[in-house]
Design a protein around this ligand. Sequence first.
Ligand code: PLP
Length: 279
Amino acid sequence: MSHATRGDEFIVGNDSHVMLWESGSIASLGSVIPRTLPTDAYGRMEIGAVEESIRSDNVHLPRSRVIHVENSYGSKNGFPIGSKYFAEIREVANRHQLFVHMDGARIFNAAAALSLDPSELTQYVDSVTFCLSKGLCAPVGSILCGSTTFIERARRVRKSLGGGMRQAGVLAAAGLISLGEMVDRLEEDHRHARVLADGLAQMPGIRVDENKVKTNLVFFDLDDEAPFSTQEIAQRMRERANVWVGTMGPRNFRAVTHYWIGQAEVKLFLDLLDDILQS
Ligand SMILES: *Cc1c(COP(=O)(O)O)cnc(C)c1O
């Protein structure tokens, strides 16, 4: 809403977070039209397809306005995308005077996984959002970054959407701890995710592609022979040990490691799951 106006078009991956997981608010609140493109195994749109999808100046067509990118890419196992892709997107955007917005909800995880400073990834975009919660552990909060004039427009949008807050300093205080103390430890979460994936790979009844575990998200599947659904297993884990795991359908799980999930919790998880699958 800060980059575009009613009827403008934005170019976006068809399985991106904003398309799938935001209640359709790009339409209901944003009044913009998405031009969706497929993404590859890592969440990248094909650069040539991005450029081809940009509209010519014609009164019958929507106006292309924004290229939307996401890093890490949630629908593709939280894959961290390197800077080359964003440099290429930037070149396309510059040729056609478009904005580039990055959904960087998990940009610090992406940067940690790539051993980069986040600014090396965000230098190519006009605006970026990131979450203080999730891996950075704050109880609540996300940040929008961009130029001064962009942020001035965004403040107005925020106010009109009911997002203005008074006495928000208590939240900002938690956010400062996120940025000061939580960024440098993300690699620990990624290491625990790899330990988890290793354990899952050795477990009968479970399938996991360890090569796809690059951050703190571990997607894994139940074998077709497993006599339970993911929901049944998740329920047993909750009942038996108050262990919670995400289910993404009858055969797919999503597990997330974070500040409160260390070696001991990973082991508990593996032992419990193994025990349930054997029973
Ligand atoms: C969590 C998440 C969001 C939502 O972020 P909020 O700031 O909490 O609205 C957006 N995009 C991705 C990729 C996410 O993982």
